[in-house]
Design a protein around this ligand. Structure first.
Ligand SMILES: Nc1nc2c(ncn2[C@@H]2O[C@H](COP(=O)(O)OP(=O)(O)O)[C@@H](O)[C@H]2O)c(=O)[nH]1
Ligand SMILES: [Mg+2]
Length: 421
């Protein structure tokens, strides 16, 4: 047993490791069993993405791999863009539960302009990483119940042309190689002859190498599977055949494709690499694929996102800084920025108020002068009217005097005439 003890020697912390012998059985050798029990209880999650042109046999191969019939409708070749469709299934084998998600790239390679074919795929993978990151960053997170939708394995279906990879394949795989475990496979391998196949495989590997595309290599560091995995690495890309039909061979029903000249058995290693793929993908390396996804691809995404948010592990002098320190620096920076913005807004406001005030004063002055002018005009008018009235009064008075005089003189004249009679 090894115990690590931290001791303080001359003010410095040093780690000493002492090996102790126990006097009896303690029981922590059951830890692996505890782990297995817990994992079996929780069940497993595995997410596969199938990338490949419509009609290359993606859905058929998934049915063949998991020996079931996932519902799927053949997609047309007329879709305007690539859509990602994920379906989740609960499978059970013995007492092990597997939550399997199959993600299909509907319409991949069907557009005339294939420039953006990979974009939807990259976005989908990033979205799943982002969802996991957000869950991880929550204060109250529940990663145990969380349905992890990150893609663990990406089966890239290569068209069996015999000529090598298409540019779409290379571009797409290059975009994805740092985000997901890519397992290239040659689809519909029954359409390609034995000698052509070897040349085709070599050509594909050479093209991938020339373009620095990193595909998933089965791990060789675990000695229990190192030998098989190394051997299988030499067989990649696997040339596979899928089928939904069963044929009776001897007294066994087997998955096969029947042709006028013979029968291709899906699970016959002499006919194709289907068994190798199933062995490597499901039986031997599923856990490694899940681990690589978390430790390599997701870690890279997380690192990129956190550094985009301004977090880092060391400062400019290469000294370690904690999350809290960075948070506090960022907070102080943010607050000072906020203060500066507030001051700027306030100054702008004061300036605007001043301008408005000056405008108002100007219009008040204008109004005042207009009022004065009107007042003057009004007074002048009034004066003129007064004069006219006065003149009218005088004329009236004169008229009345004339009238009285006239009436009086007329009356005297009339009286004089009467006295004559
Ligand atoms: N020759 C051959 N045909 C296949 C193979 N796998 C599927 N097909 C056929 O190809 C057609 C399209 O298959 P499907 O699985 O719907 O393709 P998907 O559009 O990629 O999902 C069907 O008629 C299948 O029977 C194969 O391995 N070899
Ligand atoms: Mg399909």
């Amino acid at each position: 047993m090894t115990i690590e003890v931290a001791t303080s020697v001359a003010g410095k912390k040093e780690m000493l490791t002492r090996t102790l012998k126990q006097s009896g059985h303690v029981g922590f050798d059951s830890l692996p069993d505890q782990l297995v029990n817990k994992s079996v209880q929780n069940g497993f999650v595995f997410n596969v993405m199938c990338i490949g042109e419509t009609g290359l046999g993606k859905s058929t191969l998934m049915d063949s791999l998991f020996n079931t019939s996932f519902e799927s409708t053949p997609s047309p070749h007329t879709l305007p863009n690539v859509k990602l469709k994920a379906n989740t299934y609960e499978l059970k084998e013995s007492n092990v539960q597997l939550k399997l998600t199959i993600c299909d790239t509907v319409g991949f390679g069907d557009q005339i302009n294939k420039e953006n074919s990979f974009k939807a795929v990259v976005d989908y993978i990033d979205t799943q990483f982002e969802a996991y990151l957000q869950e991880e960053l929550k204060i109250k997170r529940s990663l145990v119940d969380y349905h992890d939708s990150r893609i663990h394995a990406c089966l890239y279906f290569i068209c069996p042309t015999g000529h090598g990879l298409k540019s779409l394949d290379l571009v797409c795989m290059k975009q994805l190689d740092s985000k997901v475990n890519i397992i290239p496979i040659i689809a519909k391998a029954d359409t390609i002859s034995k000698t052509e196949l070897q040349r085709f495989k070599a050509k594909i590997l050479q093209e991938l190498k020339e373009n620095n595309v990193n595909i998933y290599h089965f791990p060789v560091d675990d000695e229990t599977v190192a030998e098989t995995n190394a051997l299988m690495n030499d067989h990649t890309p696997f040339a596979v055949v899928g089928s939904r039909e069963f044929v009776k061979i001897g007294n066994k029903l087997v998955r096969a494709r029947q042709y006028p000249w013979g029968t291709v058995q899906v699970e016959n290693e002499l006919h194709c690499d289907f068994v190798k793929l199933r062995e490597m993908l499901i039986r031997t390396n599923m856990e490694d694929l899940r681990e690589q996804t978390h430790q390599t691809h997701y870690a890279l995404y997380r690192q990129k996102r956190l550094s985009e948010m301004g977090f880092c592990d060391v400062d400019n002098d290469n000294k370690p800084v904690s999350f809290q320190q960075i948070f506090e620096i960022k907070r102080a920076h943010h607050l000072s920025e906020l203060q500066a913005k507030e001051d700027e807004v306030r100054q702008m406001f004061v300036q605007r108020v001043k301008e408005k005030e000056a405008e108002l004063k100007e219009s008040e002055r204008e109004l005042h002068s207009r009022f004065e002018k009107l007042k003057k005009e009004h007074a002048e008018e009034k004066r003129k009217l007064e004069e006219a009235r006065q003149k009218l009064d005088e004329e009236y008075l004169e008229f009345t005097t004339h009238k009285t005089n006239y009436v009086a003189s007329h009356h005297t004249m009339t009286l004089g005439k009467k006295s004559k009679k």
